[in-house]
Design a protein around this ligand. Structure first.
Ligand code: SF4
Length: 483
């Protein structure tokens, strides 16, 4: 460990939402605020907006939800015609304002701001190089590294500096960058994290992590930022620079399972309908003799509907969800996760008592949440509990922007399906197969990263990162590295 970075919790990645708007004459800060509001599910730790009026860049960022980070006063102070925004999700250890985004940096004395979704796999190497050049870091996030890397190319003009920096980055990155007169959007050559372009009022441009952020601000979808593309918007309009060849498009398949909002479209397909299809295929692969199908709300709802449609077993709400609790996925300790699920979900005894219940969940990561859910269903009087998971066993850690656990903490990396069934206390357990998941998302598995299910990482993972998540090559010698 060289600087406290390599194995600190920040070495594990974050999932985030980014937003950009180029709209002279409009209240861009307010539009960015509502864009971020629609992307709140991608990160609840901190939120920030940077705005330019053509001369300077004003930045406001705070810990907490978008609605907590901004009020009328802060938004009114953010005057300008271009804005970028960010919602951040992180692990607890790195949850501080120094890592909140956007980041402000200078290139040749001119300010720029940057916001990032994804995770670099060569961050440590780049950071060490930049420190060697004399750059000092406030926090531990990849975004600050990208900002300083762009700043380091001071012999180039800004556009060239962005391109030069992008060619040094390895990993997953969907970026928005703001200068006093331009908005940039960049997507890595694998296209791991989504990024889309929208049009507002016929002449203004919007960039967002997901299409769900377009409609609330009145924008219409134009197209995706393709892998390996940089989009530049300025007074001349929008133009696109292809800066890298697509090696292999590798959109994160877990976006379909859990991450993306159900009203978003990925690869042109609606996420809700795909989750419903996952449930239909799950019913085909793992039928159950049961009286009722219930979801674990909210992400389990479409798959439970699909399971009900395909099986003919009636659908019902078996849990009431407290909507003011954030995703238990991001709680820091096992104890908090166990408490969190009880605070978040209350079983409906009137629906469950004496019934044979199919309960549909999107995934099992550590197993503690599912175990608590099964326990609550038993307490509520369910006669039989058949757990159905609308994704395959989650066996490998993610290095491309999702903070799951180390491999040693992933229950499916340690136990087989029957052992997991016993651990969670269910009467039966069935996972959607990888083939079933690929069928649900459109049938061409080669267009996706699905490494957390099959260990085939499209972007090679450096040794120190593998170790940080207990991914030892001897356990998966035929799978690592993939290419
Ligand atoms: Fe998505 Fe899994 Fe790939 Fe990570 S490893 S990018 S969660 S499919």
């Amino acid at each position: 460990m060289t600087n406290g970075y390599e194995f600190c919790s920040e070495a594990v990645p974050e999932e985030c939402g980014v937003f950009g708007i180029y709209a002279p004459g409009d209240d861009v800060a307010r539009i960015a605020y509502f864009g971020l509001f629609a992307l709140q599910h991608r990160g609840q730790e901190s939120a920030g907006i940077a705005v330019t009026d053509g001369r300077t860049i004003r930045l406001h960022k705070r810990m907490g939800l978008v609605a907590q980070a901004f009020d009328e006063e802060t938004l009114s102070a953010l005057k300008g015609h271009i804005a970028i925004g960010h919602t951040r999700y992180s692990t607890t250890g790195s949850s501080n304002l120094a890592n909140a985004q956007p980041f402000l940096e200078h290139h040749r004395g001119i300010p720029f701001a940057i916001a990032h979704n994804g995770n670099l796999v060569n961050a440590l190497k780049l950071r060490q190089e930049l420190e060697h050049l004399g750059f000092q870091f406030e926090g531990t996030s990849d975004s600050e590294i990208i900002a300083k890397l762009i700043a380091s190319y001071d012999e180039l003009d800004f556009e060239q500096a962005v391109m030069a920096a992008m060619e040094r980055l390895q990993g997953a990155f969907s970026l928005v960058i703001l200068t006093p007169n331009q908005l940039f959007a960049v997507r890595d050559p694998y296209g791991v994290r989504p990024l889309v372009i929208g049009k507002l009022n016929g002449s203004h441009w919007v960039i967002a992590s997901e299409t769900c952020a377009l409609n609330p601000v009145g924008a219409v979808y134009v197209r995706d930022v393709e892998p390996g593309e940089t989009v530049i918007v300025d007074e001349k309009g929008l133009h696109i620079v292809k800066w890298a060849e697509i090696t292999r498009p590798s959109l994160c398949i877990f976006e379909f399972v859990y991450l993306a909002r159900p009203d978003s479209h990925l690869y042109g397909r609606n996420v809700h309908m795909i989750r419903r299809r996952m449930g239909q295929i799950l019913a085909r692969e793992h039928p159950a003799d049961a009286d009722v199908v219930i979801p674990v709300p909210d992400t389990g709802i479409p798959a439970a509907l699909g399971y009900s449609e395909a099986s003919g077993i009636p659908y019902a709400e078996g849990f009431i969800k407290n909507r003011y609790i954030h995703r238990t996925f991001i709680q820091p300790s096992q104890r908090q996760r166990e408490l969190g699920v009880r605070i978040k979900l209350t079983p409906l005894r009137e629906v469950l008592e004496g019934k044979r219940v199919v309960v549909v969940e999107d995934s099992i990561v550590r197993g503690t949440t599912t175990r608590a859910i099964v326990g609550m269903l038993r307490e509520a009087g369910a006669k039989e509990i058949h757990v159905r998971i609308s994704s395959p066993p989650y066996r490998f850690p993610c290095f491309y922007g999702i903070d799951t656990a180390a491999r040693s903490e992933l229950i499916a990396a340690q136990l087989d399906v029957e052992e997991i069934r016993r651990y969670i206390g269910a009467d039966s357990l069935g996972y959607l197969s990888l083939e079933g998941l690929i069928e649900a998302v459109g049938g061409d598995g080669e267009r996706f990263c699905r490494a957390c299910f099959d260990g085939r990482y499209p972007i090679p993972i450096p040794h120190h990162l593998r170790l940080s998540k207990h991914l030892f090559e001897e356990e998966v010698p035929d799978l690592l590295p993939v290419r």
